[in-house]
Design a protein around this ligand. Structure first.
Ligand SMILES: NC(=O)c1ccc[n+]([C@@H]2O[C@H](COP(=O)([O-])OP(=O)(O)OC[C@H]3O[C@@H](n4cnc5c(N)ncnc54)[C@H](O)[C@@H]3O)[C@@H](O)[C@H]2O)c1
Length: 405
């Protein structure tokens, strides 16, 4: 039996990565019906009408929630009905704003479904622990979609670091600045100072990656944020500078913003540099995650937001390629990440009623440390919690405080 999949949230990440990845798996016969539940019908309608998705996946579609009525009326609790209507053992993909992840994940687990959630899992460590307990007790898988882990360069660095080839991480610097136009998107309705900030939204990728590569754990955080206004007048920390201290004393600086120039090439700017210490010399890991060697100058600018005539597209995150046959094939670590998590859900579910075996597989995946799970990555929630406290108090240093499990 192929599992049904429900995506809760029909925004940017659903359009750019989640829905096309799932359509591809559906086309391959690995998953069944796909549903999309958004806050309003107006939110999912662009997905149904999207020419790019139609070209890549001719004849495929999703079951929408809400399905009728005034497209502008919000249905904030409809996801509960949509989740409850799935057969147990289905997969819920969580793609709502950060502060809503917890309730959607818990509703999914309580209905007996596996979960693939976009990062961050949740905003507090306590919630992460509760999700871990709930999922393990029921033999359900929860995967956190930190897709940079499935970028081959991250896997290369991890393997070589853990083989000792880079010595010990000492100082690092990472950045991910989204383009200015993001301020005009739905972000202005939720990425406000009370909910989130540029570091919480996107900086967590590089904190996660430094752990993924090195196995080190973060110990304290300070985040300086600049309060700025979205076009709708709401206030957000749209520029942030974070300093994360690790349990070997190493220091990672992370800069994030919704402020990279719209005229600049690439969808954003991002990268990671780690200076390390060997026995008799320094060592270095430097990844340009935005400029990946491609320089394209088109005859004209596409209508997509942030599009430029001169572009430096990444072939590695998510692209459609024509491999022959009908439609287009999604490739890249964005696709591979979703595929790995969905496959893990299917693997656990294939054990049927055997709870002990399901739990054994869950522990095996936790221990492998390749897919982020609540059990192996809740240091991210500790960082976020500390970061929120820090940013709201002018960048004070906050020591991570794990809740007792
Ligand atoms: N690089 C990344 O990993 C990455 C990139 C972008 C977004 N994200 C994450 O994805 C999540 C969503 O981001 P986005 O960019 O798609 O945001 P978005 O603002 O474009 O879309 C949010 C969606 O959530 C839906 N929604 C809101 N409340 C809802 C509710 N009560 N029930 C059902 N649907 C509801 C809205 O209808 C909308 O479709 C966030 O957690 C964000 O951090 C991750």
């Amino acid at each position: 039996m192929t599992p049904q999949v429900l995506i809760v949230g029909g925004g940017m990440i659903t359009h750019d990565q989640l829905l096309p990845s799932l359509y591809h798996m559906q086309r391959q016969g690995r998953i069944g019906e796909i549903g999309v539940c958004a806050l309003r019908a107006r939110d999912w309608q662009p997905l149904a009408a999207d020419a790019g998705l139609a070209e890549a996946f001719p004849g495929q579609g999703f079951r929408p929630f809400p399905a009728g009525g005034d497209p502008d009326v919000p249905h904030p609790d409809l996801f509960r009905e949509a989740i409850a209507s799935l057969p147990p053992g289905s997969i819920v993909v969580v793609a709502v704003p950060d502060q809503l992840h917890n309730e959607v994940i818990l509703a999914s687990l309580k209905s007996g479904h596996h979960v693939c959630t976009v990062k961050p899992l949740v905003l507090t460590h306590r919630e992460a622990l509760a999700i871990e307990r709930e999922a393990y007790g029921r033999g359900l898988f929860v995967g956190v979609e930190y897709h940079k882990r499935f970028d081959d360069r991250s896997l290369m660095a991890r393997r070589k670091y853990r083989a000792g080839l880079f010595g010990e991480f000492r100082l690092g610097t990472a950045c991910l600045l989204e383009k200015w136009y993001y301020r005009h998107s739905n972000f202005q309705n939720w990425m406000t100072t009370g909910n989130s900030d540029a570091f919480t939204y996107i900086g967590c990728h590089y904190v996660d990656l430094v752990h993924f590569i090195t196995g080190l754990l973060p110990e304290s955080v300070s985040v300086y944020g600049i309060r700025d206004r979205f076009p709708n007048g709401q206030e957000g920390f749209l520029w942030t500078d974070a300093r994360v201290i690790w349990n070997n004393g190493a220091c990672l600086n992370v800069q994030n913003a919704l402020g990279f120039p719209d005229a600049a090439p690439g969808g954003n700017t991002q990268g990671l540099t780690m200076y390390c210490q060997g026995e008799t010399d320094g060592a270095l890991i430097a990844h340009s995650d935005q400029y990946r060697g491609l320089k394209y100058s088109y005859t004209s600018k596409s209508a997509d937001p942030g599009a430029t005539v001169y572009a430096e597209p990444s072939p590695d995150y998510f692209q459609y390629v024509d491999l022959g046959g009908q439609g287009l094939t999604p490739v890249g670590y964005g696709y591979r990440s979703v595929e790995h998590i969905v496959e893990a859900c299917i693997r656990v579910e294939s054990e049927g009623e055997n709870l002990a075996e399901r739990q054994r597989i869950l522990r095996e995946i936790d221990a492998a440390g390749i897919i982020a799970t609540p059990a192996n990555s809740s240091y991210n929630e500790l960082v976020i919690e500390a970061a929120r406290e820090s940013i709201l108090h002018g960048g004070k240093i906050v020591t991570l405080r794990p809740e007792a499990a």
